[in-house]
Design a protein around this ligand. Structure first.
Ligand SMILES: [Fe+2]
Length: 304
């Protein structure tokens, strides 16, 4: 196994205080500023999940948590890169490179893990019609921003999705869980790629690659504590009059409960809960594009 997980997303924003407030209201915690870079963490043990630097608005790339020191050396040799001390919070060793679309990729091993931040309320004891699990207690989640546990995935645009699928497969060992095609299976429009962790369960997608005219970011997605955490997070963001993009619904690919918001620079970020898990025994699937490939229930995708 080369990679444990995606760990952080890298942006530039012209107004750091505006994006800081937005992301805190969205459910991250401020770690502080180092020079011109602003770091935010989630409630999980990652040193940070989001970094943005002062500058023209840009999606820069992503950071991965490498599985071992050997894997870091192996990956660095593959990319002919030098391993250095990681300058980010948590430290450790790292190197950086770019993919064929020019996205920055950082690979970190040995960063110090943080104490998780308790957020209470979980797990929800559901009173399903056929199984009553919450007896004599009321379900009253706190009115508060979402309690984001971790960065879950990125969905990136690429002008050459097939080439990008192969590149991430060959170089990072990612595998498609599901593909979307244009009616001809050879013409792939989008791919939902998971990390190769063998028999170990991993997210249905850590990286979604979506065909588009130019490289870019569709969204960065953060895992919330649970269903209520997505819904209550929606209320808080709505009350603060942030720009809503799409939701709440349940996706088809990955099955997440989803809700999308747009940050002050126009980048989309997603809250999700209850995503699918896959492993080496999960067969890859392929579907023609259609409304059904976007969601199972919820409001229509804006513009479709
Ligand atoms: Fe997503």
């Amino acid at each position: 196994m080369l990679i444990d997980d995606i760990e952080y997303v890298i942006f530039c924003h012209p107004d750091l205080s505006a994006v800081r407030q937005f992301m805190v209201d969205f459910g991250l915690l401020d770690v502080g500023q180092q020079g011109s870079s602003l770091y935010l963490r989630a409630y999980g043990d990652a040193p940070f999940s989001y970094v943005t630097s002062q500058g023209e608005a840009a999606f820069v790339g992503m950071g991965f948590r490498v599985a071992s020191e050997q894997a870091l050396a192996q990956l660095a040799a593959r990319f002919n890169a030098d391993i250095e001390d990681c300058p980010h919070p948590g430290g450790g060793q790292y190197f950086h490179t770019v993919d064929p679309d020019g996205r920055r990729l950082e690979f970190v091993f040995g960063a110090q893990r943080l104490q998780t931040v308790p957020c209470g309320g979980a797990p929800i004891a559901w009173n399903d019609a056929h199984a009553k699990n919450r007896l004599g207690r009321y379900q009253r989640p706190e009115y508060a921003p979402s309690h984001i546990q971790r960065l879950g995935h990125l969905a990136v645009f690429s002008p050459a999705p097939q080439q990008m699928i192969e590149w991430y497969g060959e170089n990072l060992g990612m595998k498609p869980s599901e593909l979307i095609h244009d009616g001809n299976e050879a013409n792939v429009l989008a791919a939902f790629m998971h990390l190769d962790k063998g028999a170990e369960w991993t997210d249905h997608h850590t990286l979604a690659i979506v065909g588009a005219a130019a490289p870019g970011l569709d969204h960065a997605s953060f895992e919330c504590r649970d269903f209520d955490d997505v819904g209550m997070g929606h209320m808080v963001m709505k009350d603060k009059q942030y720009q809503h993009r799409w939701g709440i619904g349940r996706h088809f690919h990955g099955s997440q409960i989803f809700d999308y918001w747009t940050d002050p620079a126009g980048f989309h970020v997603e809250h999700f809960a209850d995503g699918d898990m896959v492993n080496e025994d999960t067969p890859p699937l392929s579907y023609p594009f259609g409304r059904d490939t976007l969601l199972q229930w919820g409001p229509d995708f804006p513009g479709l």
